[in-house]
Design a binder for this molecule. Structure first.
Ligand SMILES: NC(=O)c1ccc[n+]([C@@H]2O[C@H](COP(=O)([O-])OP(=O)(O)OC[C@H]3O[C@@H](n4cnc5c(N)ncnc54)[C@H](O)[C@@H]3O)[C@@H](O)[C@H]2O)c1
Length: 338
């Protein structure tokens, strides 16, 4: 069966959805939707398919599945509209920027009997899949402690994104690391205590946190410090700084997600990703695999992993972080999720 797919949101990452699916033998991308007609037309032109500026037109179309890559705070409306129209949905991280929206999306998927997958693509990164194998084999023992850093240079909120002030490093970056550690620990989060700093981005007219450290306790007492910054200097070697360490009762592991391709051109630097590339008429790497996996699951009638529920817990962890920052106290996940 060839899955008929539409893409909603044809910006930077929606374009990656198109690249991932363009050469996938199991699907036909037949429709691209973006509020901005020029963006919709440009991506549709590359795929040789129809385009629209109206989400309702996607709902009324005969597509089986929809991938959504609108800005962080604009996921809920198109996702709920697609699920209600009977489409399976893959949505970019974070599932939502409020717990109420995340819950509404999960409930709509359940009511409609359709799959809702969140693109937590770290689960498809070879290094993290390798780390997961150590955990699953029991080589580390029960989890006790972890550290996870994912930060961006200031280029991302000031130049790359037009909507940084409506998101923040917590909504843009914590989804990856918070999902990754929950996935590796195989434990649910219990409590969050966070500290952060503001001022640099606010001074540039972008009202969001500059940096945050959130200490999260998981079931069984394991702890992880999640660190994020949106103000790394542009002189950093990569647009992203990412590393994790995980310790169990018996062993530990570290992943320094540093590309091994170093270039010395205008400066000494590494590309955004040297493992997700397009060559030989095909797109390779973890940025593209979960998008294809979603289509494969729909074709086989299988529920994809990285579910709406995972997205809801993830959103609740970030909401708890923000509540902790606001109220300067530890916040229990039960206060957020009930
Ligand atoms: N997995 C990753 O590592 C990764 C990296 C970058 C971005 N993302 C995620 O992808 C999503 C999109 O980010 P981006 O950088 O592509 O943003 P972007 O601003 O480049 O693109 C978003 C597009 O959505 C369109 N849009 C907004 N509301 C719409 C609506 N209701 N209907 C149709 N189109 C609409 C905008 O016109 C824009 O073209 C975000 O959730 C972001 O967090 C994920």
């Amino acid at each position: 069966m060839s899955v008929r797919v539409a893409i909603i949101g044809a910006g930077l990452w929606g374009n990656n959805h198109a690249v991932a699916l363009q050469d996938h033998p199991g699907c036909d991308v037949v429709l691209v939707c973006d509020r901005d007609a020029r963006r919709a037309e440009a991506v549709a032109g590359r795929l040789g398919c129809r385009w629209t500026t109206e989400v309702a037109e996607v709902a009324d179309s005969d597509v089986d599945a929809v991938t959504v890559a609108t800005p962080d705070h604009l996921h809920a409306a198109p996702v709920i509209a697609m699920l209600e129209a009977g489409k399976h949905v893959l949505v970019e991280k974070p599932l939502a920027t409020t717990v109420a929206e995340a819950r509404a999306m999960v409930e709509t998927a359940a009511r409609a009997g359709r799959s809702l997958m969140v693109d937590f693509h770290a689960r498809w990164h070879p290094l993290y899949m390798g780390a997961k194998a150590y955990v699953e084999r029991g080589d580390l023992g029960a989890p006790v402690m972890a550290y996870a850093r994912l930060s961006d240079t200031i280029h991302v909120p000031t130049s790359m994104l037009s909507w940084g002030g409506q998101s923040g490093p917590e909504w843009f970056l914590f989804p990856h690391t918070m999902d990754l550690i929950r996935w590796l620990f195989q434990r649910e989060p219990v409590e969050v205590y966070a500290k952060g700093t503001r001022g640099v981005l606010e001074g540039r007219g972008i009202p969001c946190w500059d940096t945050i450290q959130a200490l999260v306790e998981f079931e069984g007492g394991a702890i992880c410090t999640f660190e994020t910054s949106w103000i790394l200097p542009d002189s950093f070697t990569n647009v992203v700084d990412n590393r994790i360490s995980v310790y169990g009762e018996k062993g530990g592991l570290e992943v320094k997600n540093e590309p091994s391709l170093w270039a010395f051109t205008d400066r000494y630097h590494t590309p955004f990703s040297s493992t997700s590339v397009t060559r030989y008429g095909k797109a390779w790497g973890y940025q593209y695999e979960p998008i294809r996996y979603f289509v494969d699951c729909i074709a086989r009638g299988v529920t994809p992993e990285s579910t709406g529920h995972d997205g809801l817990v993830n959103t609740a962890m970030i909401a708890a972080t923000l509540q902790s920052l606001a109220e300067k106290r530890p916040v229990r996940l039960a206060e957020i999720l009930g």
